[in-house]
Ligand binder design. Structure first.
Ligand code: COA
Length: 381
């Protein structure tokens, strides 16, 4: 007798590979990239170094890091054709759609987009990683009727992005906050977009197709969009004095508090702890404490009402506040998340390809068979 079919809806608890990239202990509030704690990486690493770590598996030497930084920054400029393409998009386009389309188009400007060599695949991924901030910043300027600011190769990934977006080189603390935010968003195990990239990689498709799949999957509100929703809540509440009323009403109406809850973390998201501290420092440094205080009041009230449950603040409870304070427009939050996560997607695609097996699950057919084909004129509605 055949074994009964088990349907793993949502693929909950289905393991698709062994991995050495990321470990989440959702009960103990721990997150590690390649064995290093997120707290150590946020305190001591840089985004570029973290990307190297995720892709190559070890921390680089000084020389390896310098070479790697150059390899990324050399990719920042857009070909004239790509610049023209950005100018041709409707200014009302969602920036996430722009990024998805531009990354896909980037493959057209690569004379040999497909390769089966790991190092060449990494080259193409770094091409995408290097250009993604340029695309996001250029589109934001174009839609605001401003000329794009060309990238600078002597700035860090984070400082260069803020410069291209806002128009001035950020002060070192602001650039550091951006850098930590990118580190915190770089990788998070086999989530929906990483799985999407892994499926595409398993067909031996090129890196442009792999990353485009990830961006498309991250775009959905159940995945990448929660940071925008959390900030909108904070802006709507507007003042810490209204937080309790908002939370009480939302929970009574069975609404979810954005920035709370997680499929894997059943306690504090360790990224939340880091971002909250940075957000507080940034707010007081920039003299914009009201938004932070409102977010904190919502958090305190939600924690009180949800006490005893396993619903705790996640990374998105403060990421929107931090991005907003950095001067990043709300609809760029998810593209910025993508700009960082390209590193994790690449690491997983490369790891999966080392022992590739085409991903081809099954669907249990429950429809009819052998129906008689009816000619169109004989069909009734
Ligand atoms: N606010 C209030 N209640 C919440 C909640 C939240 N943010 N998140 C979960 N819950 C409640 C659910 O309503 C549900 O209650 P019920 O059993 O009475 O119906 C219970 O907790 C379990 O919810 P479930 O959907 O099974 O949790 P999950 O682990 O599958 O969901 C999320 C995880 C992230 C989808 C969910 O917590 C959520 O929607 N959070 C808000 C959006 C967000 O911040 N996303 C970013 C994630 S990094």
């Amino acid at each position: 007798m055949k074994d009964p079919v088990v349907i793993h809806k949502g693929l909950d608890n289905v393991y698709v590979k062994e991995s050495k990239i990321c470990f989440i202990d959702g009960e103990a509030s721990r997150l590690f990239y390649r064995g290093y704690s997120i707290e150590d990486l946020a305190a001591h690493s840089t985004f570029e170094e973290t990307v190297y770590l995720l892709i190559y598996g070890t921390l680089p030497t000084k020389q390896q890091l310098q070479d790697f930084e150059k390899r990324i920054s050399a990719n920042r400029s857009l070909e004239p054709g790509m610049q023209q393409l950005l100018r041709s998009f409707p200014t009302t386009s969602d920036p996430m759609d722009v990024l998805r389309t531009a990354v896909s188009a980037m493959g057209l400007y690569d004379p040999q987009p497909a390769t089966d060599k790991t190092e060449e695949r990494i080259d193409k991924a770094l091409r995408i990683l290097g250009k993604a901030p340029t695309i996001i910043a250029a589109f934001d300027r174009l839609r605001n009727k401003k000329e794009p600011i060309p990238p600078e190769s002597n700035l860090t990934h984070s400082a260069n992005f803020l410069k291209m977006l806002i128009g001035k080189v950020p002060d070192p603390y602001v650039a550091h906050v951006m850098d930590v935010a990118l580190i915190l968003h770089a990788e998070h195990e086999m989530n929906a977009s990483t799985f999407s990239c892994t499926v595409t990689a398993s067909t031996l498709a090129d890196m442009y197709s792999i990353i485009t799949s990830g961006i498309g999957t991250l775009r959905g509100p159940l995945h990448g969009g929660a940071n925008e929703a959390a900030l909108k809540t904070v802006l709507e509440v507007g003042d810490s004095s209204r937080a309790e009323e908002y939370v009480t009403k939302a929970l009574a109406e069975k609404k979810r508090i954005m920035g709370f809850g997680h499929r894997v973390y059943r306690t504090w998201d360790p990224r939340y702890v880091i971002l909250k501290k940075l957000g507080k420092e940034l707010a007081s440094k920039e003299g914009q404490t009201k938004l932070f205080e409102t977010a904190e009041a919502i958090e305190q009230s939600a924690l009180k009402h949800l006490a005893g449950s396993s619903i705790f603040p996640n990374v998105d409870s403060y990421s929107g506040v931090v991005f907003h304070t950095l001067g990043i427009p709300t609809d760029l939050f998810t593209p910025v998340f993508a700009m960082s996560r390209i590193s994790g997607w690449t690491a997983h695609a490369i790891e999966y390809l080392e022992a590739n097996r085409l991903i081809r699950p099954k669907a249990l057919y429950v429809g009819p068979t052998s129906l008689p084909y009816t000619p169109i004129d004989a069909r009734t509605s």
